[in-house]
Design a protein around this ligand. Structure first.
Ligand SMILES: [Zn+2]
Length: 139
């Protein structure tokens, strides 16, 4: 975010505009034009800084919205033995644990058993192995 640069540009432009009052235009036409050019340049720099800042703000707003949505989704889970599970309206856990590695990255991925014979639970996305975890009835 380039707000300091934008503020610097505006401040410079204001200083120059104030100095324009002190120049006798009829006597110093070249000096007058030079100060106008400097003010224009400072304002152009300020505009660029504000465009950057606006872009940053939009990006942060999108990130906040995404995090709010993740937080809401996380609130719809319950924790059991250090792992999060989907839950019913009474906050009873459902099914297998959610992968905590993926959850930290904003993904909700259910762990699965590595085979059908009661093997450790793994994440199908990041391949993390969590050993033997509790699993609950999945209606
Ligand atoms: Zn994972």
């Amino acid at each position: 975010m380039d707000i300091p640069a934008a503020l610097g540009g505006v401040s410079t432009a204001l200083t120059i505009v104030k100095q324009l009052n002190d120049i006798d235009r009829r006597v110093d036409e070249a000096g007058f034009k030079l100060r106008i050019a400097e003010a224009t340049s400072a304002l152009a720099e300020a505009k660029l800084g504000l465009v950057d800042a606006q872009e940053d703000i939009r990006s942060k707003e999108a990130e906040i919205s995404s995090l709010r949505s993740l937080l809401k989704r996380k609130e719809e889970t319950v924790e059991r033995s250090g792992y999060r599970y989907r839950c019913d309206a009474n906050k009873n856990p459902i099914g297998t644990a959610l992968c905590p590695v993926c959850m930290d990255e904003g993904r909700f991925v259910l762990t699965i058993q590595s085979d059908q014979s009661g093997r450790p639970y793994v994440c199908p996305k990041c391949k993390a192995n969590f050993g033997y975890l509790s699993a609950f009835q999945d209606p």
